[in-house]
Design a protein around this ligand. Sequence first.
Ligand SMILES: *[C@@H]1O[C@H](CO)[C@@H](O)[C@H](O)[C@H]1NC(C)=O
Ligand SMILES: *[C@@H]1O[C@H](CO)[C@@H](O)[C@H](O)[C@H]1NC(C)=O
Ligand SMILES: *[C@@H]1O[C@H](CO)[C@@H](O)[C@H](O)[C@H]1NC(C)=O
Ligand SMILES: *[C@@H]1O[C@H](CO)[C@@H](O)[C@H](O)[C@H]1NC(C)=O
Ligand SMILES: *[C@@H]1O[C@H](CO)[C@@H](O)[C@H](O)[C@H]1NC(C)=O
Length: 436
Amino acid sequence: MQVAVLLLLVAALCSATLALDNGEMRVPPMGWLAWERFRCDLDCEHDPKNCIRQNLFIDMADRLAEDGWRELGYVYVNIDDCWSSMKRDEKGRLQADPKRFPRGIKELARYMHARGLKLGLYGDMGTHTCGGYPGTTLDNIDLDAQTFADWEVDMFKFDGCYSNATEQEQGYPLMSKALNATGRPIGYSCSWPAYQGGLPPKVNYTELGQICNLWRNYGDIQDSWDSVLNIINWFFENQDVLAPAAGPGKWNDPDMLIVGDFGLSMDQSRAQMALWAIMAAPLFMSNDLRTISSGARTILQNKMAIIINQDPMGVQGRRLVKEKIGIDVFWRPLSKNASALVFFSRRTDMPYRYQTSLSKLNYTAGSYEIYDVFTGKSMALKDSAPFVVSVNPTGVVMWHVSAPAKWNPRHFYKGGRRQGPAFDGGEENAVPPVFL
Ligand SMILES: *[C@@H]1O[C@H](CO)[C@@H](O)[C@H](O)[C@H]1NC(C)=O
Ligand SMILES: *[C@@H]1O[C@H](CO)[C@@H](O)[C@H](O)[C@H]1NC(C)=O
Ligand SMILES: *[C@@H]1O[C@H](CO)[C@@H](O)[C@H](O)[C@H]1NC(C)=O
Ligand SMILES: *[C@@H]1O[C@H](CO)[C@@H](O)[C@H](O)[C@H]1NC(C)=O
Ligand SMILES: *[C@@H]1O[C@H](CO)[C@@H](O)[C@H](O)[C@H]1NC(C)=O
C-alpha cells in the first residue's frame, strides 16, 4: 500500500505541473447538468410553457442557491444540447433560440453570477450537434470561443458528433487555445476520448490533461442501475490507464449523477455517490431539484462524501479487491495520510457480512479512526483487528479512514461510543471537521 501511495503521489505531482493552465477546476467541478433528466424536452406545440427552456435553468439556480446545494460546492448550472437556433446570425455567430431562451445566454449567465453560481454551455466539434443543431467546425472555433466568453460563460462542454478522428485531433486542442485566447477562464470539458473508445493508443491522456479540465471517457449514462454498473465496471477495469491521467485541473468524467431520478434505489444511489467520490469524478447532478426526495437529497448532500470527492490532493482511487463472492473493495488516498474505503456488493440475495482487516487491505500498522460516511458513526480500529461490514445488495459501506496513529490500549469502546481521549496522533489522526 505504501508503495502504491508513493507511486500515485509521484504520478500526481509529476502530472500536476502539466495540467491545463487556466486555474480552473483544481478539484472536481460540482453542479447540475440538464441532459440525462431533461434531454431536449422541447414540445413547443403541445406545451408552450415548457418550451421556454430558460425557466428550467432559472428554477435549478434558485434551488441550488436556496436549498443548501451551493454552500456544499454545487455551483455549476449547465445547459446541454438543443439550446441554439438552427441558424447562425448574420455575422456567423451561434445564437440562442429566442423562443426557448428569450433572455439570451448572457443574461442567464448574469443570473447565475448574481447568486454565486456559474453557467456552463454546450457545443459540438463537428458539422452538427448530436441533436442536429449547428456544430463548430474547425473554421468556427475562434469565433465560437469568443462568443461564449462574450456571454460570460464559465464552462464549455465540447461534444464530438459529426466529426472524424482527424478533425477531432485538430479541433479539441484548437478550442483549448481559443478559449485561452479569450482571456476568460472557462472550464473545458472534452468528449473526445468517448468518441475514440476511451483507451490508448487512440486516446492520449497526457495530451488531454494538457488541453482539457475534464473529459468524458465512455458512453452516456442512462437512468438505470445497469447503466451505472456498466460505467463502474469499465472505469475500474481500466483503472491503470485512467487513474494516473487524473489530478488537480484534469479529471476523468464517468458522467452525471442520476441520484434523485427514477432508476436507482437508495442503496444504488449511495453506491453511485460513493464510487463517484472514489473516482474523483465531477459531480454533476441531472435531476429535478424542485421535486427531489429527501432521501436522494441527503445522499447528494452528504458532507463527508463531498469532502472525499473534493480532496485537494486529487488522486483518483482504485479497486483493491474483487472477491468471487461478489464484494469489491475500493480505496482512495486522501491528503494528510487519510483515505477512503468503499465496500460494494454485486450480490442480489441479501446483505452480505464481509470480513477483512485493514492490514489485509495493506494498511500500515497503527490504529485508525473510522468514520462511516452514510451512518455518521465513528469507531477506532487497529490495523490487525478483523472487522465485519454488512453490505446490502447493490449497495455500499463507505468509510473515511484517518491517518494511522500508534495504537493506544487506553482507547477502547463501550456500547459503541468512544471512552476517553482521542488518539495519540492528535490532529493528523482526526476526521476532518464536517464541513470546511
Ligand atoms: C492561458 O494560458 C496561459 C499559459 O498557459 C496561462 O498562464 C493563462 O492563465 C491562461 N489564461 C486563461 C484565461 O486560461
Ligand atoms: C475527415 O473529414 C474531413 C472533412 O470532412 C475529410 O476531408 C477527411 O478526409 C476525413 N478524414 C477521414 C480519415 O475520414
Ligand atoms: C501524447 O501527447 C504528449 C503531449 O502532447 C506527447 O508528448 C506524446 O508524444 C503523445 N504520445 C503519443 C503516444 O502520441
Ligand atoms: C504520512 O505518512 C508518512 C509515512 O508514514 C510520513 O512520513 C508523513 O509525515 C505523513 N504525512 C502527514 C501529512 O501526516
Ligand atoms: C497487498 O500487497 C501485496 C504485496 O504488494 C499484494 O500482492 C496484494 O495484492 C495487496 N493487497 C491489496 C488488497 O491491495
